[in-house]
Design a protein around this ligand. Structure first.
Ligand code: SF4
Length: 287
């Protein structure tokens, strides 16, 4: 791992927050660096046989944002780092659009070793590997978890469609989850690219509202819907929903953050094509 932000010397900086988490972990590693070492030596599932490098994840121990993808691809397997190559480049562009660099956030995956031919990881493989991500979440205790794609969404909200869940902040297990489509989905579909960019641009606002809530707002956590019934058809077909949610703050998010609800329901409209913009002073001040 050649990223200095994965420096183990500060990996216990946020450890005190682990006492507040509700999710039990079967792994008692005391630092992110220790997890990284365990992952690199892990042979707990068959994926260890085919990997070039395990990819534990990387980022500062005091990161406010945790991004969770699916698993390593070919480039990630070669380099031992998450989100490199074309998808990683797009992720870096997205972070830059909100005034961040990848060194300021923690980036991890659901599974730490590359499945052959980039196939979906099996349930047994996911089960074997989940202890590492669980413990990373406990140690990081991030203010916001951004799930990238349907696999990481499924960790918190099994069975839900990413095309319906994206762009909505919800609470699960005492944590705030903000689902976004996987950046790889943008490489060949312009409408996906626009949706992802718009969802990213809402992240500073989400963090700001969470901070306001912690500092004395009277909003109840129970105002956040924990479960939703969604039609799987749109995701299965690979199509965007007819009524895109990008750029529209959903009702439960408005409730959560004490924001005035729009007078009327927004009309269905095409997803706007948004271009990256320079971060505002307000955005920068969030970090
Ligand atoms: S995928 Fe996870 S459980 Fe399987 S060998 Fe790699 S680190 Fe271990």
């Amino acid at each position: 791992m050649n990223n200095p932000t994965n420096d183990p010397t500060n990996s216990e900086a946020n450890d005190s927050g682990a006492a507040n988490v509700k999710t039990a972990s079967t792994l008692r590693a005391i630092s992110l660096d220790e997890i990284a070492h365990l992952v690199k030596d892990c042979t707990d599932c068959p994926l260890s046989a085919g990997r070039t490098n395990a990819v534990p994840g990387e980022g500062p121990a005091d990161a406010r944002l945790l991004f969770i993808g699916e698993g390593p691809g070919q480039q990630e397997d070669r380099q031992g780092r998450p989100f490199v190559g074309a998808t990683g480049k797009f992720l870096e562009e997205l972070l830059a659009s909100i005034g961040l660099t990848r060194e300021q956030v923690f980036i991890a995956n659901m599974i730490k070793c590359r499945p052959p031919q980039n196939r979906d990881p099996s349930p047994d493989e996911m089960s074997s590997c989940s202890k590492y991500l669980d413990r990373q979440i406990e140690l990081l205790n991030p203010e916001l978890i951004v799930t990238l794609g349907r696999f990481s969404l499924g960790r918190f909200f099994p069975g839900e469609s990413i095309t319906r869940a994206r762009g909505k902040v919800r609470e699960k297990e005492g944590r705030f989850i903000y689902p976004i489509m996987h950046p790889a989905a943008a490489l060949h579909r312009q409408e996906n690219r626009s949706a992802i960019m718009q969802d990213f641009k809402n992240i500073p606002q989400v963090l700001e509202k969470l901070a306001q809530d912690r500092s004395g707002a009277t909003q109840s956590e129970t105002s956040i819907a924990e479960t939703h019934e969604f039609d799987q058809a749109a995701e299965d077909s690979g199509q965007m929903p007819e009524t895109p949610t990008a750029g529209v703050i959903p009702a439960e998010q408005l409730d959560m953050f004490s924001m005035p609800a729009p007078a009327t329901e927004p009309e269905p409209r095409p997803t706007p094509v948004a271009e990256p913009v320079a971060p505002t002073t307000q955005q920068l001040s969030l970090f």
